[in-house]
Design a protein around this ligand. Structure first.
Ligand SMILES: Nc1ncnc2c1ncn2[C@@H]1O[C@H](COP(=O)(O)OP(=O)(O)OP(=O)(O)O)[C@@H](O)[C@H]1O
Ligand SMILES: [Mg+2]
Length: 353
């Protein structure tokens, strides 16, 4: 009766839509106990959208995990000699010059040793020699100013930020929370899975090898480029073009023709990234799990599947999670599910909170 409950709201401050998902731990079980999504109108303020999300979401908690993305964030995979985590925290500061386009005093750094060996052949120790002494370190840096801006927005609303994550990693955390089966070996090669979130301003890619991030990248192509292409083709204002893009029946041919080149550019960048991972890690990326509002564009999934030559499907980060039906409109939640991957990944931190 008095089972301890912990709740965290994962707040995805997207460039076009604010999404918030609350997860409550009931005993060990994560349960979805709140949800909100608020579009930021052209010229509208992020802060107002966050306030609106907390008004409509009826969340139990004021504890929030949010994220940063885009140009204020840099993620690198750095080969280093093996050492303890404590030594790494010191040593990494001497590596940053080589890897980061920022001054050390304007960023917050974090780093983590990856399990995979630098050459990606699985067990580095077996190879002996130099490889056995090397490790790959995931180095993440974010401009302090960008973090402070996020924290300020939250504090102004009376919310408590408990962590600031990175969109790219929230994708992987959502996947882990879902407990989807890990990749297997196909035709003698280790397989890898690509999580690809097509947002409005950008597309985030996180490739998982053996369940662990081995590559991540942001591409500056997204739904907003598709809207602009429709606006140009039909000589419309952005707001009208956005509505026409989303209503698949009207102007179907015109919309498809306009967004085709955008999808083509996206697929070509995505293919380059996936080919790079395969070559660099010695794995085969067999599946692409798509999310973000951009996947709702007509034909996006098929385009990506054909263009990259890999299986692609939209995924639901809430699959397998219990939803508190007394607090959440399940139908609405399901309809928005593909756009909630980052918010769910952020809220999954409730397990460590
Ligand atoms: N039915 C639809 N058809 C086509 N595109 C859609 C549809 N619904 C939403 N979108 C597009 O999805 C995008 C919003 O998706 P999402 O909420 O994932 O982006 P975001 O998180 O705000 O952006 P970013 O991650 O780049 O900051 C917009 O560009 C919007 O036009
Ligand atoms: Mg987004």
């Amino acid at each position: 009766m008095f089972r301890k409950q912990k709740s965290v709201v994962g707040l995805d401050m997207g460039s076009s839509v604010v999404k918030a998902v609350e997860i409550t731990l009931e005993g060990p079980e994560p349960v979805v106990t709140g949800f909100a999504h608020v579009e930021i109108p052209p010229g509208g303020s992020l802060s107002d959208a966050v306030a609106q999300a907390f008004k409509t979401g009826k969340f139990k908690s004021k504890r929030v995990v949010t994220a940063v993305s885009g140009q204020s964030v840099v993620v690198r995979y750095v080969p280093m000699m093996k050492m303890s985590d404590n030594d790494l925290k010191q040593a990494i500061r001497f590596e940053t010059d080589k890897y980061l386009p920022f001054d050390l005093d304007e960023v917050q750094l974090d780093c983590q040793q990856l399990k995979r060996s630098p050459l990606g052949q699985g067990d580095g120790d077996k190879k002996g020699g130099k490889d056995a002494e090397q490790m790959t370190v995931l180095l993440a840096a974010c401009k302090t100013k960008a973090i402070e801006e996020r924290v300020q927005i939250l504090q102004n609303q009376g919310l408590s930020p408990i962590a600031i994550d990175i969109d790219l990693f929230a994708l992987a955390n959502a996947w882990e929370l879902c407990g989807l089966p890990a990749e297997e070996v196909e035709a003698g090669k280790e397989t890898a899975l690509a999580l690809v979130d097509i947002g409005a301003a950008r597309t985030s890619i996180n490739v998982l090898c053996g369940g662990e991030t081995c590559f991540s990248r942001e591409i500056n192509i997204g739904g907003a480029d598709m809207t602009q292409a429709v606006a140009r083709r039909l000589s419309l204002e952005t707001i009208e073009a956005e509505a026409i893009k989303r209503s698949s029946e009207t102007h179907e041919l015109e919309v498809n023709t306009a967004i085709g080149p955008v999808l083509e550019d996206l697929v070509s960048e995505l293919s380059l990234s996936l080919d790079y991972v395969e070559h660099h890690e010695g794995v085969q990326v067999t599946e692409i799990l798509l999310s973000g509002g951009g996947v709702l564009a007509p034909g996006a999934t098929q385009y990506i599947e054909q263009g990259t030559g890999r299986r692609a499907r939209t995924w639901n980060p809430l699959e397998g999670l219990r939803v508190d039906v007394n607090r959440v409109d399940v139908e609405e939640l399901e309809a928005w599910a593909p756009t909630l991957v980052v918010a769910v990944g952020l809220a999954s931190r409730v397990r460590a909170a």
